[in-house]
Design a protein around this ligand. Structure first.
Ligand SMILES: Cc1cc2nc3c(=O)[nH]c(=O)nc-3n(C[C@H](O)[C@H](O)[C@H](O)COP(=O)(O)O)c2cc1C
Length: 419
């Protein structure tokens, strides 16, 4: 028999204590986002389709990006037990300086398209969090503008070597003069990948209005208000003739860049230099032997060669081949702090986030990027605690198994037992 009583008014009152409503709409929206995927959902709602798709999309069938994200989801962690980690230290030394977290912001082109604050929001959020910010050659804020947004923190510059070499050299000199400490030389873009969503949306630079764009604008008035009432959206360091991003890339990039260009850039650049877009073990070793300061295993977020190798799968093999002392960073597919922990466990010194940052930017400008960093920080700390490690240095390959859905044919064939 259940024992019943009359409702107690005091208990009832306790139940009825409602939380004070959050009147600041942006704060309410961002606080409600618990994952990077949640930020993506908000971003999609608030951003015109062509701008969202330019960011969210990848090349051709978008297989590289899907696979890279899947590879992180297919991680199995192996926690140690009864190892108290009340405080976790998420800081690292990377390329001669500190970072409060094991990730930095990746270079992204045309960033003010996503949300008008663009790189200034990214650099400001990076400064507040104590992590590095990377400005793209195709950025929409000048080198000096980024320096002003992150005057005391670490700024990195991403270089595309263009047909007109002098433009690239001049940018390199300007970034050095502004105190940027690391150059990321991107090498996976001899030609532009086929970004089919951009083609289908008729997306061009500068953006053009069509009937479809106008209909799509109706539920997104704030983006348009920002767009129309702030300085013109254009590349800060390049002049363009117009076209899709792919067409612009093809016109500007030189498909003949080689190790000779690397030698020239090294003469001009006084700081650290890392090569971004490395996709096999052999190139990793060759670059180490050529004396660069590090590499970024990356397939450009799946935006270049579709079906390219998954950087996260390459990581253990590359680390083994280059040894412990060479800096190996990784990007493509990171959507969760646990992805970053897994990468560090398997030998990455550092990671970069592209879309995770841009989803935050589109969801809420500077406050949205702060939220991205906060979400990743919380996930990193919680994963480390649950694994029983107190610092990143304690993470090791034994903490992670990479479950693979896709197995190379040769291995699969040799594994087949006939009989
Ligand atoms: C919208 C967008 C623009 C990008 N522009 C550049 C660029 O100008 N230079 C570059 O080296 N990489 C660029 N990337 C690639 C990123 O630096 C990074 O490698 C990639 O976004 C990592 O994958 P993720 O988005 O899954 O984190 C861009 C990526 C995106 C999403």
């Amino acid at each position: 028999m259940v024992q019943r009583q009359l409702p107690n008014p005091v208990e009832l009152l306790e139940l009825m204590q409602f939380k004070k409503p959050q009147l600041d709409g942006k704060k309410r929206r961002l606080d409600g986002a618990l994952t990077i995927d949640d930020l993506r959902t908000i971003a999609k709602r608030r951003t015109p389709k062509a701008a969202f798709d330019y960011t969210d999309g990848a090349a051709e069938g978008e297989l590289s990006l899907t696979r890279a994200r899947q590879a992180f989801q297919d991680v199995e962690f192996h926690p140690g037990i009864l190892r108290p980690a009340p405080d976790v230290d998420t800081s690292v030394d990377i390329l001669g300086g500190p970072s409060a977290l094991p990730f930095g912001i990746a270079p992204t082109g045309f960033t003010r398209l996503m949300q008008t604050e663009g790189e200034v929001a990214g650099a400001g959020a990076a400064a507040a969090a104590g992590i590095p910010f990377t400005l793209s050659t195709l950025g929409t804020t000048s080198i000096e503008g980024v320096k002003a947004a992150n005057p005391h923190g670490r700024n990195w510059f991403q270089l595309y070597v263009m047909r007109d070499r002098e433009i690239s050299y001049e940018l390199t000199r300007r970034a050095a003069a502004a105190g940027f400490d690391t150059l990321q030389f991107t090498v996976d873009t001899p030609v532009a990948g086929a970004r089919l969503r951009d083609k289908r949306n008729g997306f061009s630079i500068p953006p053009q209005l069509t009937l479809g764009t106008i209909i799509n604008a109706i539920p997104r008035p704030w983006w348009w208000y920002d767009f129309l009432t702030t300085p013109k959206l254009e590349f800060a360091s390049l002049s363009t003739t117009g076209g899709t991003v792919g067409e612009l890339l093809d016109a500007a990039m030189d498909p003949t860049i080689s190790y000779d260009d690397l030698a020239v850039i090294r003469d001009i650049w006084p700081g650290k230099i890392v090569i971004k877009g490395v996709q096999n073990v052999e190139d990793s070793v060759r670059l180490r032997d050529a004396g660069v300061d590090g590499i970024v295993l990356s397939n450009h977020g799946g935006r270049q060669l579709d079906r390219a190798p998954i950087p996260f799968h390459l990581l253990p093999e590359v680390r083994k081949a280059v040894g412990d002392d060479f800096t190996v960073m990784i990007d493509t597919g990171i959507m969760n702090g646990a992805d970053i922990v897994a990468a560090v466990a398997l030998g990455a010194d550092f990671t970069l986030i592209g879309r995770a940052y841009l989803y935050g930017l589109m969801a809420g400008g500077r406050a949205g990027v702060d939220r991205t960093i906060e979400i990743l920080r919380t996930e990193i700390e919680r994963t480390m605690r649950l694994l029983g490690v107190a610092s990143l240095a304690e993470l090791e390959p034994a903490h992670v198994t990479q479950l693979t859905r896709l197995v190379p044919v040769t291995r699969a064939a040799s594994d087949v037992v006939v009989g």
